[in-house]
Design a protein around this ligand. Structure first.
Ligand code: SAM
Length: 285
């Protein structure tokens, strides 16, 4: 059997058996492979790093989409940065209250191949009339647009290659600038057991930018090394601690069918083990 070996961490690699390669190419921005694996189903990897898999995508996408949207309670305009596989877009559009979902993705090849090979992840999200797809660098978009968003979801690659700029001051500052009053920014911040610096750096920037900087977590099997963390920034304190009854009422009203997210999981996700809480306070090296 051929194997895909993830090369994200210097001293810690994982391998996934390749049953069938659907597509492999060098895009204008990165190496891309889509393949089938016995345990994870269909897998998308970019530059040697697993991005999403058919079997566990629901955990990551539900937690990054529903947590801020239900904490906010009246989100109409959502911006997704990255997320070319379309799974985040599909999850966001499950909220009938969302009127527009703008997705800014740097690599049109990821989107085109997702439509061909990852329909089990993106569904018909790219054909939804509420979707506006912009092919551009997320950093430039957030610093140039005069649109304002209730929720911004950063569904980026890791801070290597084209995704590196999506972890810096200029990008996060641009995000803050295009949040509507009462808006919430959420970000993927890797697996802190092996990528602690990524969380520390983002949290230091968020503390300087937002009245409330927090993080929450979920275990996503394909992102090896334990729980992953999601960054949270908002100028409206309290959104990271909305009452369970309020979340439950919003969840029921939205009529969502989920496999991971529930209002109780939402509340629990903000409880941090001390080793993660300490990373939030750690100054960058
Ligand atoms: N869920 C995945 C994870 O946590 O690793 C991320 C999935 S999604 C495929 C990441 C997307 O971010 C990719 O399609 C990539 O092209 C896009 N991306 C990387 N850098 C970008 C940038 N500067 N602006 C916009 N999109 C970017």
């Amino acid at each position: 059997m051929d194997w895909f070996e993830e090369t994200l961490h210097p001293g810690f690699h994982s391998r996934l058996g390749i049953d069938r390669v659907l597509h492999e190419t060098k895009t204008d921005h990165q190496h891309l492979i889509i393949f089938d694996n016995e345990e994870f189903g269909r897998v998308l990897a970019l530059d040697g790093v697993v991005q999403t898999t058919e079997r566990d995508e629901f955990i990551y996408h539900e937690m990054l989409a529903h947590t801020p949207i239900l904490a906010h309670g009246r989100a109409r305009n959502v911006l997704i940065v990255g997320g070319g596989d379309g799974g985040m877009l599909e999850e966001v559009l499950k909220h009938d209250s969302v009127e527009t979902a703008v997705q800014v993705e740097i690599d049109d090849t990821v989107v085109e191949l997702a439509k061909q090979h990852l329909r089990m992840i993106c569904g018909d999200a790219y054909e939804d009339p509420r979707t506006e797809l912009v092919i551009a660098d997320g950093v430039e978009y957030v610093n140039e647009t005069d649109r304002r968003f209730d929720i911004i979801i950063v569904d980026s690659t890791d801070p290597i290659g084209p995704g590196e700029v999506l972890f810096g001051q200029r990008f996060y500052g641009g995000c803050k600038q295009c949040l509507a009053d009462g808006g919430i920014l959420v970000t993927q911040n890797g697996v802190p057991f092996v990528q602690g610096e990524e969380l520390s750096n983002t949290m230091q920037i968020f503390k300087g930018l937002f009245a409330e900087a927090a993080c929450y977590r979920a275990g996503v099997p394909a992102y090896i090394g334990g729980d992953m963390t999601f960054g949270w920034g908002s100028d409206t304190p309290g959104y990271a601690d909305v009452e369970l009854d309020t979340l439950s009422a919003r969840f029921n009203a939205a009529g969502l069918k989920t496999d991971y997210y529930t209002p109780k999981v939402h509340k629990g996700a903000f409880a941090l083990p001390p080793f993660i809480a300490r990373l939030m306070d750690k100054a960058p090296d």
